[in-house]
Design a protein around this ligand. Structure first.
Ligand SMILES: C[S@@+](CC[C@H](N)C(=O)[O-])C[C@H]1O[C@@H](n2cnc3c(N)ncnc32)[C@H](O)[C@@H]1O
Length: 247
């Protein structure tokens, strides 16, 4: 009985906690947003009006996104950490993939891609490296797509995936947003973030997605990011994105 009362107090405390309430509310709002990463990628692919090459880093279950991408040539990379059967074309980490691609270890793999989707290890350091490596193999006029760039609370943006008792519950965006924000400051590329599906970041060397941000967030503080996220990310909604890409 004593054990039950302690548990009840904890649960009641959590359900009244404003951080938990905000976390739940923000997760639900994110899930209701119009559009998805798959729709964004397919709109980019079809904007080429020709056969395209697509690369996805971090696939997990291909049925969730990879199989739905309407590109003529598709390649996937995943070490298979989260599945029993790894269906990726290249069953390895992204670092290994880029290293082997550069040393031309594989035959029949393009050396440039039109659209590259980065959705592997969601740490700032790894996402940053994946972006830098992807820029080297991005076709002229191509796009890099980065998932989870717009975490709705600091709990969604936590570093540790396995910590499940936070106000974000089972949802986790990691720290990829920091890598995207770093590249948002780069004046040699164009970038924006589509406000759907936890933030779909876009980078192009040629296509005018948006100018670099001049706002500073030297220490990548979440609260500062939250207060100015529209400017930091160059956040646009799905309708604005569709308009932009069809111009
Ligand atoms: C969020 S899931 C990918 C989801 C998928 N892109 C989708 O849209 O449904 C992340 C995947 O990244 C993989 N991963 C983890 N570390 C990786 C790394 N260093 N390189 C590539 N993939 C990695 C995991 O095994 C996992 O399958």
């Amino acid at each position: 009985m004593k054990k039950y009362i302690t548990y009840f107090k904890q649960v009641r405390g959590i359900s009244r906690d404003p951080f938990f309430k905000k976390g739940e509310k923000n997760s639900l709002e994110e899930l209701k947003k119009i559009g998805s990463r798959t729709e964004v990628i397919n709109k980019l692919v079809s904007s080429f009006n020709r056969q395209t090459t697509y690369l996805e880093i971090g696939v997990r279950d291909p049925e969730d996104n990879f199989s739905k991408i309407s590109s003529a040539l598709k390649f996937s990379v995943d070490p298979g950490f989260e599945v029993q059967e790894n269906k990726a074309d290249f069953p390895c980490t992204s670092d290994m993939f880029f290293q082997r691609l550069k040393s031309r270890e594989w035959k029949g793999v393009p050396d440039q891609f039109d659209v590259i989707f980065i959705d592997g290890l969601h740490t700032a350091e790894q996402a940053d490296r994946d972006i830098a490596n992807s820029l080297e193999i991005l076709a002229d006029g191509g796009f890099i797509v980065i998932h989870d760039c717009n975490p709705p609370t600091e709990w969604h943006a936590r570093e540790e995936f396995h910590f499940g008792r936070s106000p974000a519950g089972k949802y986790w965006n990691g720290t990829s947003w920091k890598a995207f924000l770093k590249w948002r400051k780069n004046k040699d590329i164009y970038s924006c973030c589509v406000d759907t599906d936890w933030g779909v970041g876009l980078i192009s060397k040629k296509f005018l997605l948006g100018e670099a941000t001049t706002l500073a967030n030297e220490f990548y503080e979440y609260k500062k990011f939250d207060a100015h996220r529209k400017e930091f990310l160059n956040l646009i909604n799905m309708e604005e994105f569709t308009h932009l890409i069809n111009k």
